[in-house]
Design a protein around this ligand. Structure first.
Ligand code: FE2
Length: 340
């Protein structure tokens, strides 16, 4: 496979800007309205990277991607877990893999890019991934009864996998990672030709890109968010050392994030659920989609990013299992309400 060479309609043929967004969740009408409200003029020379979780239904997925393609010159996409859900589909998909195939075909019809591509001298590479529980290496929180993964995460019943693939081991993560093998030639071509590369995935490549477990209302979250093979893939593209031209965009946890770890810049700019947008320090307007690249250069950091800003000055304490006060309050209230 060769990388697609995408042209820009600017007079000099150069790409003007690259925007990023994840977790559009347009099954929420408010989020679909947000997509509709994006200017049909402002972005028509720009590219948009959509890092997964567009919508739960095929219908909403197609409507969303079509609206985005009307607004941006180039739209890139990689699937998230919600995109693989089958529970509300009138089509009887044999498995989530079949549904993802249909989404990819829809992308091809709409002109949405799902393979590695070059625009000007920038390489953009979608990376397939899925999470595995062993990604979580931090000490367990045992102070309270935390709901099991099957209760907390709808993927366990909303996705349908062939028998040999499961969320309970590393098979799904390995399977999705192996889907990147067919793109290796295109990736190597991009490595030779491009001085700047953006990779993107839906899932999280390193546990340090999520708050510590004791800070989370669902402390088992790190078991359902990330993949070690994804980080290995990213390093195989950008090099072990990374560099100022290496950027990876991800999604899934709905935490805004912008941090450099071991030479690679990792960015998450999620739209997230309407209830989460209301709680945000930076709202949801004006800064999304986030412009990560403009006129040949990577942009300044996304701000504010509460948690990555926090970890830029506070060390992680992976062995500390004392719950943060807001988490302790949450679980003790649950305990009290059960006893009364
Ligand atoms: Fe997700």
């Amino acid at each position: 496979m060769r990388p697609q060479i995408l042209r820009s309609s600017t007079s000099d043929g150069a790409l003007s800007r690259v925007f990023v967004i994840s977790d559009l969740h347009t099954d929420y009408p408010e989020n679909m309205d947000w997509v509709k409200s994006l200017s049909t003029v402002k972005y028509n020379r720009d590219a948009l990277i959509v890092a997964g979780d567009v919508a739960e239904t095929y219908k909403n997925f197609v409507s969303t991607m079509s609206l985005l393609k009307d607004r941006f010159e180039h739209v890139f996409y990689v699937p998230g877990n919600h995109d693989a859900w089958c529970r509300r589909e009138s089509e009887n998909y044999e498995s989530s893999l079949e549904k993802l195939d249909c989404l990819r075909n829809a992308c091809r019809r709409l002109g949405v890019t799902i393979d590695p591509a070059i625009i000007d001298c920038l390489g953009i590479i979608p990376l397939y991934s899925w999470y595995h529980e062993s990604f979580d290496r931090e000490d367990e929180i045992a102070a309270f009864r935390i709901p099991p993964l099957e209760m907390a995460c709808k993927d366990y019943y909303a996705c349908k996998w062939p028998e040999e693939l499961s969320n309970k081991d590393e098979s799904l993560a390995a399977f999705f990672d192996s889907m990147n093998n067919s793109k290796q030639d295109a990736i190597e071509d991009i490595q030779r030709k491009c001085s700047q590369i953006i990779t993107f995935s839906h899932f999280v490549p390193r546990q340090e890109l999520c708050p510590e477990k004791r800070m989370l209302f669902y402390p088992n979250l790190p078991k359902i968010i990330g993949s070690d093979c994804l980080e290995a893939r990213i390093r195989s593209v950008h090099g072990q050392e990374g560099g100022p031209s290496a950027c990876h965009v991800f999604g899934h946890t709905h935490f805004c994030w912008d941090a450099v770890l071991d030479g690679i810049r990792y960015v998450q700019a999620p739209l997230a659920y309407p209830r989460e947008q209301k709680r945000r320090m930076n709202g949801g307007e004006g800064w999304l989609p986030f412009c990560v690249y403009s006129d040949g250069e990577f942009s300044d950091r996304l701000y504010p990013c509460y948690w990555s800003d926090y970890y830029s000055v506070n060390p992680r304490e992976p062995h500390n299992t004392e719950l943060a006060p807001w988490v302790a309050r949450f679980y003790s209230r649950r305990l009290t309400s059960r006893m009364t």
